[in-house]
Write a protein that binds this ligand. Structure first.
Ligand code: SF4
Length: 247
């Protein structure tokens, strides 16, 4: 793993998903096989495989402290092209520092991660008035998770993280994207842990080789995605969970 500490030029970027996005890191240790963010390799000049490098934006908090007073208040997504709570965050606390500044200035924040490390920052999350936390959960089957996301935390840890956040009064959501084999039953396991569920197909083909290697090609069809998303939507309706399909 090539870890570099860098000085970034800016941190609060405009985004098509929410008004702003903050990426505290370039690169991601989770190295999910389907990750669309691997295009960052081209922009950062790294030659290592995706997951083999991380640039740490050491000056992120200083930049944010300056930029936040120059920009119009808006929703901030953390993060778009890295996991803000990848293992290096335990050491560097870049995400934590940025969240502290956003909370002090009362900006709305949408956190998106796969890691229970987010619980470390419960003090900030509880105090902030308009923060919400999403855990990405792509399947209920941890054996499938190991095939596609071997370096990311187990599914049970993500579910218990949502549970703890939700019980602490923090607004939570689950992002089911991409829909991996075994996603059908996720909605039932999320009952009582989330305020809403987002389902996105994320139709990228980087992980097709994983489907082929493990004989899962039938789970890559349009039929499977539509059938599974319908099953998730029905289960949500029955459980009273707000479900948003974004495709
Ligand atoms: S956690 Fe997100 S950013 Fe990181 S490798 Fe997985 S999909 Fe990509």
């Amino acid at each position: 793993m090539n870890v570099r500490e860098i000085q970034s030029k800016a941190i609060l970027s405009t985004s098509k998903v929410y008004e702003y996005v903050i990426n505290p890191y370039v690169g991601c240790q989770h190295a999910c096989s389907y990750c669309y963010a691997r295009f960052m390799k081209r922009f950062s000049g790294h030659k290592e495989p995706w997951g083999g490098f991380v640039d740490v934006k050491r000056n992120a908090a200083d930049l944010l402290q300056a930029e936040i007073h120059k920009k119009r208040r808006g929703s901030v997504w953390i993060s778009g092209v890295c996991d803000p709570y990848q293992p290096l965050e335990a050491k560097y606390k870049i995400t934590r520092e940025c969240l502290g500044i956003l909370a002090q200035n009362d900006w709305p924040v949408i956190i998106q991660t796969r890691s229970p490390l987010v619980l470390r920052d419960m003090d900030i999350l509880k105090e902030a008035r308009s923060f919400e936390v999403g855990l990405t959960i792509t399947t209920a089957d941890d054996d499938i998770r190991k095939l596609f996301e071997p370096n990311a935390p187990p599914i049970m840890e993500r579910l218990s993280t949502l549970d703890e956040l939700h019980r602490s009064g923090i607004r939570t959501y689950a992002m089911i994207a991409p829909i991996l084999p075994g996603a059908e039953v996720l909605a039932r396991t999320l009952e009582g842990k989330v305020d809403y569920i987002l389902v996105d197909r994320m139709n990228y083909h980087y992980a097709d080789w994983v489907y082929r290697k493990y004989g899962l090609e039938d789970k890559l069809s349009d039929d499977y995605f539509h059938k599974t998303s319908r099953e998730i939507a029905t289960a949500c309706r029955e459980s009273g969970i707000d479900c948003r399909l974004t495709f």
